[in-house]
Design a protein. Structure first.
Length: 238
């Protein structure tokens, strides 16, 4: 009787395999870029001061590749999203064209989700709320928006039980939060691709939530060290 050979399970391959630089250098560069108002050349210069010669194009590739991986690794550690959302859209320029950034925060200041769209219409608003509900598994009981005509239609379709508040100044908190994103994008010499815009904007939301303590990461670290410690923890699992 022939016996069947059982192949051992393959060893999980690290996301850093094949890169010339150690994981801590890569994660440091990504964290600097997402956290501070730096350009890719600024990150290149800061690394050079520490004896690490990296081209700014390489830093760009690290950010685009590893930011989504860090976000996915952090997802199981995320705290539950609140049931009162403030949703609004702002705009950024990508390759000379305006793109609309849909964002929502809850009553605790946690960024619920972000969505970048070339249009500001019914389809974009629907996709944003579908994505926010699907990624957080949360159903809000109250949604605050401005008077854009797309929101009542979408909320009646997706969240018929939620109270839709359009009172003036009610969504000032999310509008003020847009300013932090704009401040991060200001030092850059313009976003060139929709993909990189989505990655950077989502990475900025991740850093904001980590700093505000909305992840079970670096909970014992001081606030000024929270993002650094959290990114170190995430680097161990990707």
């Amino acid at each position: 009787m022939r016996t069947r050979r059982v192949r051992p399970d393959p060893i999980p391959r690290s996301a850093f395999a094949g890169f010339c630089f150690p994981p801590d250098v890569i994660v440091l560069a990504v964290r600097w870029y997402l956290r501070f108002g730096l350009s890719y050349r600024d990150v290149e210069e800061l690394l050079a001061e520490r004896g690490i010669e990296v081209d700014h194009v390489t830093v760009f590739r690290w950010v685009v590749r590893f930011t989504p991986l860090l976000g996915e690794a952090a997802r199981p550690c995320r705290h539950s999203v609140g049931d009162r959302w403030q949703a609004d859209e702002t705009y950024v320029k990508v390759a000379g064209r305006w793109r609309y950034v849909y964002r929502a925060i809850d009553q605790f200041g946690q960024v619920v989700d972000v969505f970048v769209s070339p249009r500001r219409d019914l389809r974009a608003a629907r996709r944003f709320f579908e994505r926010a509900i699907g990624t957080t598994n949360a159903i809000p009981s109250e949604v605050v928006t401005d008077l854009a005509p797309t929101y009542p239609v979408v909320l009646e379709e997706l969240l018929p039980a939620a109270w839709h508040d359009t009172e003036q100044y009610a969504n000032n908190r999310v509008e003020a939060d847009h300013g932090r994103l704009k401040a991060r994008l200001r030092p850059m010499r313009g976003l060139k691709q929709d993909r990189s815009a989505r990655v950077v904007i989502a990475g900025h939301a991740l850093v904001q939530n980590v700093r505000r303590g909305h992840y079970e990461l670096a909970v014992e670290a001081p606030v000024t060290r929270r993002v650094a410690v959290a990114f170190h923890e995430l680097a161990l699992v990707i």
